[in-house]
Design a protein around this ligand. Structure first.
Ligand code: TRP
Length: 451
């Protein structure tokens, strides 16, 4: 178990664990997926439900993963087997499957960030940002940068220099924060800012009541996606920490970092989109890229700002991608005694191949995204909530209590949140997500195949 030692050692520092977890959480989910979901799901109505879900589902669910990881000190498959008994190991396998699907399309988007980084130096995206996005996001171009991104990820994980990456997160996260904040200030002075803020910050209740069947699962999915929950990342990371840590405090810090970065991304993207006269619901996955390219084209030294931004964005995606593949690699090493390099290269290659179809068509891309985020992550989370809330509650409560000096009613509030409201919301979201997904297959995939 060479890996565990490397990671255990690296998290000897007090903040190492927090930085690694924040490095995993902060990624494309904050800067890319979040604004794109807000746009698709009707603006502020989505924002507020998302924020509510972060508090009511995300935070308790993160503690659930921490508790399982720290208590068992194992990879997710082993951890669930040990925490819940035999058959629960199979749930761990679901996590492994999720990792494959998730990283397959995540890497394609990460490839776009790399492409924009390169494009900053030539100014390629500035002339016609919308046309540029269409050109690079689909086809062999996209496959090439997807390949490069997977290659970088595989190299780092194979060599096992995550420690370096975790340190890098110390720089990446504040850098993203500062750059986004500066861009938000720039965006504040744009003509479209006022309308954008209304759209982004003033919830229209009728929007929720009219579209709750799609808003609810989207918000739940995004809350889990952005916090890296539902596939065992936080189980794995918490398996390397000591019992003196206050998981409640650490969880609060991680969630706060993550949400603030996403929120600011919205303050950047929407004013730019509104100023450009584009409907926020229109550009879909490309919105963030097109609008930022637009912004960089409009300011002095925009290419430099763009290079710094997309470079940092790429690194943020890298630390997240590493956390996803690490779950699968750790499992292969722990449970099947595979060599780290062999495991990483094999798994990475499979993920690359799985991602190729998403680089060719928006419908396939949407299918992976929806399947992973809205269906599978919710399913994975729901199952471990049942395990901790109803099957192994005493052990979980005892584990969370460790490291918290004055727990007060906190532990009980947590377990009851997990037992009832969290599980109920997840069941409803999963049900709606399945309906939505079936609908998607029928109305988009079938016609697409027929074409
Ligand atoms: N949270 C990351 C992001 O926002 C993505 C991610 C990393 C993730 N690990 C995960 C999502 C595990 C779900 C599950 O970009």
């Amino acid at each position: 178990m060479q890996t565990s030692e490397i990671l255990r050692e690296s998290w000897a520092t007090r903040v190492g664990f927090i930085f690694a977890a924040v490095g995993s959480a902060v990624g494309l989910g904050n800067v890319w997926r979040f604004p794109f979901q807000v746009g698709q799901e009707g603006g502020a109505a989505f924002l507020f439900i998302y924020l509510g879900f972060i508090l009511v589902i995300g935070f308790p669910a993160m503690l659930v993963e921490f508790v399982i990881g720290r208590n068992t000190k194992l990879n997710p498959v082993g951890a669930l087997q040990e925490f819940g008994g035999g058959a629960w190991g199979y749930v761990g396998w679901i996590f492994i499957v999720i990792g494959f699907v998730l990283l397959a399309f995540y890497s394609v988007v990460a490839g776009w960030t790399l492409r924009y980084f390169v494009g900053s130096f030539t100014g390629a995206y500035m002339e016609n940002p919308a046309a540029y996005f269409t050109q690079i996001s689909v086809g062999w171009d996209a496959v090439f940068f997807h390949a490069v991104f997977m290659l970088v990820t595989i190299s780092i994980v194979a060599i096992g220099i995550q420690r370096g990456i975790e340190r890098a997160a110390t720089v990446i996260v504040p850098a993203i924060f500062i750059i986004l904040l500066s861009l938000a200030v720039y965006a504040f002075f744009l003509d479209g800012a006022a309308d954008a803020y209304t759209y982004y910050l003033t919830p229209d209740l009728s929007e929720i009541t009219a579209n709750w069947q799609s808003v609810l699962p989207a918000a739940a999915g995004q809350a889990l996606f952005t916090l890296s929950l539902g596939m065992g990342v936080m189980i794995t990371y918490a398996s390397y920490i000591g019992e003196d840590r206050n998981l409640g405090e650490d969880g609060t810090a991680i969630v706060a970092f993550d949400v603030i970065i996403a929120f600011i991304a919205g303050l950047v993207v929407f004013p730019i989109i509104f100023t450009a006269g584009v409907s926020p619901a229109d550009p879909g996955p490309g919105a963030i890229f097109v609008s930022l390219a637009d912004a960089f084209a409009g300011v002095p030294l925009g290419w430099l700002l763009g290079a710094i931004f997309f470079g940092t964005f790429f690194l943020a995606a890298l630390t997240s991608a590493i956390s996803i593949i690490e779950v699968i690699v750790t499992y292969a090493i722990d449970e099947h005694d595979v060599d780290r390099t062999v495991a990483t290269v094999t798994i990475g290659t499979l993920i690359f191949l799985l991602g190729v179809p998403t680089a060719f068509d928006e419908v396939i891309f949407g299918m992976y995204d929806q399947l992973a985020a809205e269906v599978l992550l919710v399913l994975g989370t729901l199952l471990i909530m049942i395990l901790v809330g109803w099957i192994a509650a005493p052990r979980a409560k005892a584990e969370l209590t460790k490291g918290i000096e004055k727990p007060g009613p906190f532990i009980d509030i947590w377990i009851w949140l997990v037992r009832v409201p969290v599980i109920l919301v997840l069941i409803v979201s999963l049900y709606l997500a399945l309906i939505g997904f079936a609908d998607f297959l029928q109305n988009e995939l079938v016609p697409w195949i027929a074409e």
